[in-house]
Design a protein around this ligand. Structure first.
Ligand code: NDP
Ligand code: HSE
Length: 580
């Protein structure tokens, strides 16, 4: 079986995060969200990072104080350290989100440079090792700015050298895009901070970019892209638009709307609290209403936002976007329908409301001509709904999965000898479980998700109530021990299959599977999905299926889709292309 979602066939994308956007440790969360956006678009991402802002300067000053002039090669060894730290921090952020990622040092793929130890040029890497590293992950992270060197051992690539690393990787790996993420949304006719009338280029050629970018992009990187016939994108974090550096006449882009969207956040628990952090990191994009919670009196110490128990206050001032993260069925459905009817787009992680009120919610969105997005509702951070969207045209015939993180966590803990009730309590404490954990334990949550998967994959309606369910309590300590003795593990498995006559079979079972089964390796809150297509091919996806950060990342990715769609819809986005 193809072990993953066709890693070899996934297009590659190189993202570079420079010091202008990595200004503090908190910025890795946003960079992680940006990387996740590409993962959910089906790309494997090569992430190249600079040091945190100011760190390279500090290292140069340290080297200077220690007599750097005498030994540039040793200076290079010191000043590159910021990038190594940054790559590790980025890797930790991706792990927190549940993105399957690996951090590599340059020597692990034999990345080599030539020339001046403080201004070297990249010359080669071991492509076979790079592709092997990419084969079973969604992302790899590498420090930019530095490489190995035959004589000096390790060198750096000059100021802005991380741009060069990114372009070099894109060319070597055959990436379909290389996107340099900056603190501006492209190359402008003049510095927009100095001249507010400066206009952004949609496209300009390499020569014009060398002149116009004025230190924004390392010139060596532009030359390397030209030599490789590679297009570079210069973009801001989360933006849909970019300046493309490519041959051809320069094109000035239309202004993009910058008014922050008014957002109502309903719920601030395990998921909502993570979403709140993402929203607060972008005051340029979001203006926040008081956040709906049940008990605002318990929020005195939380200074991030105003809190209210009154839905009307939370939904005041005609929000552009409503994010529902409160859980339950009737009240959230009512609030989402009200929000849609009032003209708001809606993002939700609530599979219970979606599965049980699907037609009403979809009709509400359709009638209001607003978006209803729910990527987090199945799989948490695992991009199963997005993958199904891509796989559907090939004819999905079956899906099998571990689709409840709490259930899998409980089984993992039971396997390690924990008591059932202690395992449930731990899942609650970690923010995996539903408000009523019997939804997890008795298979209702998995059935809600299965019902949504069936709609997505087969376009059929199977209500959650119609899906047979077994309770986790059937996995008694005795049965677990017997399974372990046979080399098997217990899993809560949701299955659905499309029959030749168009009918659908679906169930949530608690069963033991052999250790070699693709679902057997799911540990703790992990989710795994195995999708079978009509041609017999099998596609597997896995990652963190529950928990604050993976789920908030999926919700926020939906939110950012809407931000980009709203920017495109803005009236001022009338065609303004002009030759520069
Ligand atoms: P929590 O119970 O942690 O948080 C729920 C939040 O909503 C709390 O802030 C709560 O207020 C508020 N709330 C609930 N009911 C009401 C109400 N009637 N009126 C006002 N406020 C209310 O839930 P989660 O964050 O874990 O889950 C939220 C949603 O996300 C659910 O639909 C869940 O199924 C889904 N989800 C959860 C995942 C997870 O890993 N936790 C993963 C994927 C989806 P207060 O704080 O005052 O109690
Ligand atoms: N309670 C759910 C689970 C949350 O554990 O899978 C994620 O949908």
């Amino acid at each position: 079986m193809d072990a993953h979602d066709q890693p070899a066939a996934r297009p590659l994308c190189v993202l570079k995060f420079g010091g202008s956007v990595l200004t503090a440790k908190a910025d890795y969360a946003e960079a992680g969200a940006e990387a996740y956006r590409h993962v959910r678009a089906g790309e494997t991402v090569i992430i190249i990072v600079s040091a945190l802002q100011g760190e390279t300067d500090a290292l140069f000053a340290e080297a200077e104080a220690a007599g750097a002039g005498a030994c540039p090669a040793t200076t290079a060894r010191l000043v590159r350290l910021g990038e190594f730290r940054s790559a590790a921090l980025m890797g930790l952020e991706l792990a927190r989100l549940g993105v399957r990622a690996r951090v590599l040092d340059p020597h692990e793929i034999a990345l080599e440079a030539d020339g001046d130890p403080l201004d070297a040029d990249l010359v080669r890497l071991d492509r076979a090792r790079l592709h092997a590293a990419l084969s079973d992950v969604e992302a790899i992270v590498l420090p930019g700015f530095t490489a190995g060197h035959a004589r000096h051992g390790a060198v750096t690539l000059g100021r802005g050298g991380t741009d060069l690393t990114a372009v070099f990787f894109a060319a070597q790996a055959g990436a379909r895009r290389v996107r340099l993420i900056k603190d501006v949304d492209g190359v402008y006719t003049d510095d927009p901070a100095r001249d507010p009338s400066a206009r952004r280029y949609d496209r300009l050629d390499h020569d014009a970019a060398l002149k116009a970018s004025r230190g924004l992009i390392q010139p060596k990187a532009i030359e390397a892209a030209r030599a490789a016939g590679l297009e570079i994108e210069i973009a801001a974090m989360g933006a849909g638009h970019a300046t493309r550096i490519a041959p051809g006449p320069a094109v000035i882009g239309a202004p993009v709307r910058t008014r922050p969207l008014r957002v109502a956040l309903l719920g601030c628990g395990a998921v909502g609290s993570g979403v709140l952090d993402h929203l607060l990191a972008r005051p340029d994009l979001f203006a926040l209403n008081p956040v709906l919670v049940r008990r605002p009196e318990r929020r005195a110490g939380d200074v991030r936002a105003a809190f209210t128990a009154d839905p009307d206050t939370a939904l005041a001032d005609s929000p552009d976007l409503v994010i529902e993260a409160m859980g339950g069925v009737d009240q959230p459905t009512e609030l989402m329908l009200k929000a849609l009817a009032g003209g708001a787009h809606v993002v939700t992680a609530n599979k219970a409301a979606l599965a049980q009120r699907y037609d009403a919610l979809l009709t509400g969105a359709r009638n209001a001509r607003r978006r209803l997005q729910y990527a987090a509702s199945v799989g948490g951070g695992v991009v199963i709904l997005e993958a199904l969207e891509r796989l559907k045209p090939c004819g999905v015939v079956a899906i099998e999965g571990v689709m409840n993180g709490t259930g899998n966590f409980i089984l993992s803990r039971l396997g390690a000898g924990a008591e059932f009730d202690d395992a449930v309590a731990e899942a609650q404490r970690l923010g995996f479980a539903e408000a009523d954990p019997s939804a997890d334990v008795d298979g209702h949550d998995a059935a809600d998700k299965l019902s949504l998967l069936i709609r997505e994959a087969f376009g059929k309606t199977v209500e959650p109530d119609a899906i047979a369910k077994q309770s986790l309590r059937e996995a008694s300590p005795e049965r677990l021990a017997q399974a372990a003795a046979r080399g098997e593990v217990f899993k809560q498995v949701g299955c659905c299959a499309l029959n030749a006559d168009g009918s659908v079979e679906a169930s949530v079972r608690v069963m033991s599977v052999p250790a070699s089964h693709p679902l057997a390796g799911a540990v703790n809150e992990e989710n795994r999905f195995v999708v079978t297509l009509a041609d017999g091919s099998v596609h597997a996806l896995y990652g963190k299926g529950a928990g604050r950060w993976p789920t908030a990342a999926a919700v926020f990715a939906d939110v950012m889709d809407i931000v980009r769609a709203c920017a495109c819809d803005a009236p001022e986005r009338a065609a303004l292309a002009a030759s520069a």
